[in-house]
Design a binder for this molecule. Structure first.
Ligand SMILES: C[S@@+](CC[C@H](N)C(=O)[O-])C[C@H]1O[C@@H](n2cnc3c(N)ncnc32)[C@H](O)[C@@H]1O
Length: 202
């Protein structure tokens, strides 16, 4: 093989093939998450009270806050001060009154009883040890008003993205975290390529 041919073969192996096989991971989260569409599908109204359980750095929190407006409330809960820090800093910088950062316990969100129109938990449950998930979801349901909704978004087991592959939760188990707590599954959204998106009503 000439040096030139060898060079092109090496480029193919080193650059092009990995780009094809890791294509799913090459998209940014903003591309696959469809955050505006997801928040739109929560059907929130101005003045609503919502909780972003395991808010991380607030990927959804600030969009939820826009959806409920200043007369609404967003509880942004986290178990680590480190993750909550950036939410707190942005809240302080924007002088936002209606986002409440909450340092929670692993199975207790610290959100008041029966106050939420909706709770959303995105890519959190697979981080929670399996034996703590029933208690955490029970505690989230405690804080939802009768008629309010719980939204669970978590990795599809079959998603080709290379995150958290070994701790993904089967759909049947995700469904049980709603139904075992007395909720009714009332919608399933299928448009997210990497995540299951379930809506339960209390
Ligand atoms: C992958 S991040 C997702 C953050 C955010 N929901 C998002 O969609 O960007 C998972 C977060 O869940 C938090 N977490 C893990 N266990 C939790 C629990 N029991 N209660 C609340 N948050 C938890 C972690 O600290 C981490 O910030």
């Amino acid at each position: 093989m000439t040096n030139r041919r060898l060079f092109f073969v090496l480029i193919l192996v080193a650059v092009v093939l990995p780009l094809i096989s890791f294509g799913a991971d090459m998209k940014t989260r903003d591309q696959w998450q469809q955050r505006d569409r997801v928040v739109g599908d929560l059907g929130l109204n101005a003045g609503d009270v919502v909780a972003d359980i395991g808010c991380g750095r607030g990927y959804f929190t600030f969009h939820l806050a826009k959806a409920v407006g200043e007369e609404g409330t967003v509880y942004a809960t986290e178990i680590t001060e480190k993750a909550l820090k950036s939410v707190k800093e942005k809240v302080a910088k924007d002088k936002t009154q209606h986002i409440k950062p909450v340092l929670s316990d692993p199975t207790s969100t610290k959100v008041p009883d029966n106050c939420l129109n909706a709770a959303i938990i995105v890519n959190v449950l697979h981080h929670v040890p399996k034996d703590q998930r029933p208690a955490l979801t029970k505690d989230i349901v405690r804080s939802i008003k009768p008629g309010g909704h719980l939204y669970i978004l978590d990795w599809r087991v079959e998603s080709p993205i290379k995150h958290d592959v070994n701790r993904r939760i089967p759909l049947e188990e995700l469904l049980k975290y709603g139904t075992d707590n007395g909720l009714k599954l009332d919608a399933e959204f299928h448009y997210l390529e990497h995540q299951v998106f379930l809506r339960f009503q209390k």
